[in-house]
Ligand binder design. Structure first.
Ligand SMILES: *[C@@H]1O[C@H](CO)[C@@H](O)[C@H](O)[C@H]1NC(C)=O
Ligand SMILES: *[C@@H]1O[C@H](CO)[C@@H](O)[C@H](O)[C@H]1NC(C)=O
Ligand SMILES: *[C@@H]1O[C@H](CO)[C@@H](O)[C@H](O)[C@H]1NC(C)=O
Ligand SMILES: *[C@@H]1O[C@H](CO)[C@@H](O)[C@H](O)[C@H]1NC(C)=O
Ligand SMILES: *[C@@H]1O[C@H](CO)[C@@H](O)[C@H](O)[C@H]1NC(C)=O
Length: 622
């Protein structure tokens, strides 16, 4: 498909849809035991941190449904809600961009994404930090996604600055009051972003604790409503949601409040009290979150004794799972609109030449599913193979250097097989370059990595960079909260609810032709085995657990070191993203270096350097 013309791509894509949806070339899903969805009066589907993966995971069958399949799914689910006289709302909590070729590979970025994304009827939508790092991304949000979703877009604590007039205005309305379609439930909804400080200067993020003091917010929480819906690009255990919860609850002791969060890239659920419930729905369009609220929701029926009940489910973005939950099959599931959206994605991927292969990965390299250091660790590969080759400045190649890369610069595993243009953006979507400080005393330089890898902050002054863990991936933030994983002495984390898999209380309904209850249980695939505050039955598909290993904030390669003895001085080379932490670490070690002394070490982004290395070192074909 990679080389077919755009027009042909659409035609073939639409045709392929008839047999099976998901993107062409995506691996076929296989059956597994399922837990069903529990419907209530008010139901939600939730996506978060999709990061451009709207084409689905082409190399992972369990997440290979695409945005068009989700459009079909939502249409069927809405129809069912309508038939049953209940309501269904769709929510998205931001970080829709950066992290996949479908968004990142075009010039300008998002050329195809905005039109694809808007095809889904999302009822409540807000902004993530990734919409704001780069000024042009925030402009894109202002120019396309906000108008595409009109009154559904909420920006409770985010302003946009018009580049021409310099005028500061709310990115979108501060909150939304509306009635559900079927039951006419009154909903007051908010859309927040955590107290993010890394945004470009064309937006302003107001700290949540300030926002809740504002008059509009205080008035909004006094509105007559049946349910409050707070969505946010905020981890459900982060203090920002606590602040909002307490502010609303103070004025509304009995009103149900539901929260939808994200940012931390995990599946999670928490009840803040008996009448509130918060769900986080993973990352990278692997997960479609489900929440239902049941009970007497109308405020007229509200009483001390009447308590709503809540359910959550983490739906694998897996086509056979979506068939299962709708009771449909490959023929009956795709809707015309859904097919059209899948075809849009196919033609966009073709136009962007996302399947162009730089080389063939000889084996799978894991971020956290294999220990670091280790032969299957993506970080060990970068440290021992990539950096020595690419951390080279033509004028200083004879000088020894320490090259430091933050682990957050790598966003995804590399699977054995073609390493494509798409993979490049998936693995490393950032525009970070390699910077350096020349001739740093080795005695000092060698201690920097240790400081960067300390938990917490290097120094606690107001000018200090944020928590060191921001150099690693968001998933690592969750590690110490012991939400989904438990860490043993070796730093190895694993979910120990394997027992739960066999003794699963939910009825297990094997799918697929020829399977029936008498047969041996189907083979389990590895995947999410989520443990949240509610229990271990959240995932819709029963999986074998996946190992999870803690990785440091940063890794380091010694390049061009003398074969005997230690160098006097080295070039300290590092990703420009971590400059504030590196300078802080040096200062802590007694070395005062200013930002103006930091120079570009080698031309090109780290991503380009890595792709270049692959082109040169891995076989061209698989
Ligand atoms: C895909 O989903 C189906 C659910 O119907 C499940 O049986 C199957 O195991 C999933 N595939 C993988 C690879 O997890
Ligand atoms: C933001 O920064 C850019 C470049 O640094 C500058 O040109 C622009 O005037 C700034 N805009 C605002 C609104 O401060
Ligand atoms: C899908 O379901 C329809 C309607 O129930 C049925 O007629 C058709 O044979 C099924 N197709 C497949 C591929 O199972
Ligand atoms: C799907 O695409 C076809 C062809 O472009 C168009 O005629 C049709 O109206 C579209 N249908 C929907 C529901 O988007
Ligand atoms: C987790 O917490 C422990 C103890 O507080 C600390 O030693 C460790 O470095 C932390 N790990 C991460 C990844 O933050």
């Amino acid at each position: 498909m990679a080389s077919t013309a755009v027009v042909l791509g659409i035609a073939l894509g639409a045709f392929a849809r008839i047999a099976a949806a998901a993107q062409p070339g995506a691996a076929e899903p296989v059956p597994a035991p399922m837990r069903d969805l529990v419907w209530g009066k008010l139901n939600f589907l939730h996506t978060t941190d999709t990061h451009g993966w709207h084409g689905g995971h082409l190399q992972e069958p369990q997440y290979s449904a695409d945005w068009g399949d989700y459009v079909s799914f939502a249409q069927h689910m809405r129809a069912r809600a309508h038939k049953d006289g209940v309501d269904l709302l769709l929510v998205d909590t931001g970080d829709r961009v950066e992290g996949n070729g479908l968004y990142d590979a075009s010039t300008p970025k998002g050329k195809y994404y905005y039109d694809i994304y808007r095809q889904q009827d999302v009822d409540i939508i807000c902004t993530g930090n990734h919409e704001l790092y780069v000024a042009s991304t925030a402009d894109g949000e202002h120019l396309y996604t906000v108008p595409n979703f009109k009154t559904n877009y909420i920006a409770s604590n985010l302003d946009y600055i018009d580049p021409r007039s310099g005028e500061r205005m709310p990115m979108a309305q501060r909150y939304r009051k509306f009635q559900t379609k079927n039951q006419k439930l009154d909903i007051v909804a908010f859309g927040f972003l955590f107290d993010f400080i890394g945004n470009a200067n064309n937006t302003v993020v107001q700290p949540v604790k300030e926002t809740v003091k504002e008059q509009w917010f205080q008035e909004a929480i006094m509105e007559e409503t049946d349910v409050f819906v707070v969505i946010g690009h905020v981890g459900v255990r982060m203090p920002e949601f606590q602040i909002i919860f307490r502010a609303i609850r103070k004025q509304n002791p009995l009103t149900p409040i539901v929260f939808f969060g994200g940012h931390v890239h995990i599946r999670d659920a928490v009840a803040y009290d008996a009448r509130s419930f918060a769900v986080a729905s993973g990352r990278y369009f692997e997960t479609i979150g489900w929440m239902s609220v049941d009970g007497e929701l109308e405020r007229a029926a509200r009483s001390e004794d009447a308590r709503p009940s809540f359910h959550r489910r983490y739906i694998d973005n897996n086509l056979s799972g979506l068939h299962h939950h709708t009771g449909l099959n490959a023929t009956t599931f795709p809707t015309e609109h859904g097919r059209n959206v899948s075809a849009m994605i196919t033609s966009s991927r073709t136009a962007l030449d996302l399947d162009y292969a730089f080389g063939c990965a000889p084996k799978t390299l894991w971020m956290s599913r294999s220990p670091y250091p280790g032969k299957d660790s993506i970080y060990s590969w970068i440290e021992t193979e990539v950096l020595p080759d690419v951390a080279v400045n033509p004028d200083r190649r004879h000088l020894p250097r320490l090259a430091i890369v933050n682990t957050g610069a790598i966003r995804f595993d590399i699977f054995q097989g073609p390493f494509t243009r798409d993979t490049t953006y998936i693995v490393s979507p950032f525009l970070s370059t390699m910077a350096y400080l020349p001739d740093v005393p080795y005695a000092m330089a060698r201690k920097v990595i240790k400081l960067l890898n300390n938990a917490g902050k290097i120094a606690s002054s107001s000018s200090a960079p944020p928590d060191n863990r921001f150099m690693a991936n968001p998933e690592q933030l969750a590690v110490n909260e012991s939400i989904i994983i438990t860490v043993n002495e070796e730093g190895v984390a694993s979910d120990d609810d394997a027992a739960d898999l066999t003794g699963d209380p939910a009825p297990q309904k094997p799918l697929g032709e020829g399977t029936n209850a008498d047969q041996r249980p189907p083979r389990l695939t590895e995947g999410y085995t989520t443990r949240d505050d509610i229990g271990t039955d959240g995932d819709d598909t029963v999986h074998l657990p996946v190992n999870f290993y803690v990785v440091p904030n940063c890794i380091q390669a010694e390049v061009g070191f003398p074969s005997d003895g230690e160098p006097e001085t080295v070039d300290l080379v590092f990703m420009d993203f971590i400059t504030p932490w590196v300078l802080m670490a040096l200062s802590f070690l007694g070395g005062e270096y200013g930002r103006e002394e930091v120079q570009l070490y080698v031309d090109g982004t780290f991503t380009e350097l890595m792709a270049g290395w692959i082109e040169k070192n891995w076989p061209k074909r698989c």
